[in-house]
Design a protein around this ligand. Structure first.
Ligand code: IPD
Ligand code: CA
Ligand code: CA
Ligand code: CA
Length: 259
């Protein structure tokens, strides 16, 4: 679609810069937003490109971006929700697992999403009602129905974020009953992996809209369920997220809620 084309042009252009910067990490300028919350000029440059390209194509739309925040355009019912570099910690350590995430929200609803891992050249796309894809391949969540055979992704809360004790409790429960837990390091890709059936479910708390906006649509369009940890329908605004195949979603939810 025309909309998808606009998003792809912006994402591909920003990705070129990220790949270049990833190849010369020693020249990167890094600063700290919190105790273990880093930002580099790679994040900032990518965000700048995304903003300029999206604005050029759709001048009226509003923005919510990780590094530059919220900015209203003439049209406040449509906004781009952008994470220019999801997985900054991986990126800064030379671990080739990070992505750009861009979503379009219309009247409070996510209607399109793109997540791009430029290292593997995996381009995840979804438009509401039209399914989810990686490159040209249609995505479908896994069909696993047994907790014991299932593999999950999660995010370990960063230092200074809070919720550490609760997280350790959740981890202990999931470790004891499943075939494993991965902390891969980029929330957008964790969701993309649920959509692709690579992991059977994913949970994390304390997320921001830019981490998960595109990924939530991707999982839904791939046939998965996405809610908050306590089963509420609005993970984007709550920042609490439970995504899984339809069989696993209630099982993981119950397991995490166990006393
Ligand atoms: C982070 C990553 C990470 C998740 C954090 C996010 P950033 O995003 O998605 O996997 O656990 O909650 O903040 O800072 O690398 O864009
Ligand atoms: Ca960040
Ligand atoms: Ca992020
Ligand atoms: Ca980021």
């Amino acid at each position: 679609s025309a909309l998808m084309n606009v998003m792809l042009i912006a994402v591909k252009k920003a990705a070129k810069g990220l790949v270049r910067d990833f190849g010369e990490l020693e020249n990167l300028q890094v600063s700290r937003k919190g105790p273990s919350d880093f930002v580099s000029n790679a994040d900032l440059k990518a965000e700048k490109i995304l903003k300029a390209e999206l604005r050029k194509a759709r001048p009226a739309y509003s923005f919510l971006m990780e590094e530059s925040g919220a900015e209203d355009g003439a049209d406040t019912s449509r906004r781009w929700i952008v994470d220019p570099l999801d997985g900054t910690t991986n990126f800064l350590h030379g671990i080739p697992h990070f992505a750009i995430s861009v979503a379009l929200e219309e009247k409070g609803e996510i209607v399109a999403g793109v997540i791009y891992n430029p290292i593997l050249d995996e381009l995840y796309t979804a438009e509401k009602g039209n399914g989810a894809f990686v490159n040209d391949r249609r995505l479908r969540v896994s069909g696993r129905r047994d907790l014991a055979e299932s593999l999950f992704a999660t995010g370990i809360p960063f230092q200074g974020k809070g919720g550490h004790a609760r997280f350790l409790g959740q981890l202990a429960k999931v470790m004891a009953k499943t075939s494993g837990v991965r902390r891969i390091g980029a929330a957008s890709l964790d969701l993309a992996y649920v959509a692709a059936g690579r992991v059977d479910g994913y949970w994390e708390e304390g997320l921001h809209p830019w981490d998960c906006a595109a990924g939530i649509l991707l999982v839904k369009e791939a046939g998965g369920y996405v809610t908050t940890l306590d089963g509420k329908p609005d993970p984007l605004r709550q920042g609490s997220l439970l995504a899984a195949n339809p069989l696993m979603h209630p099982l993981l939810g119950e397991l995490l809620a166990e006393e």
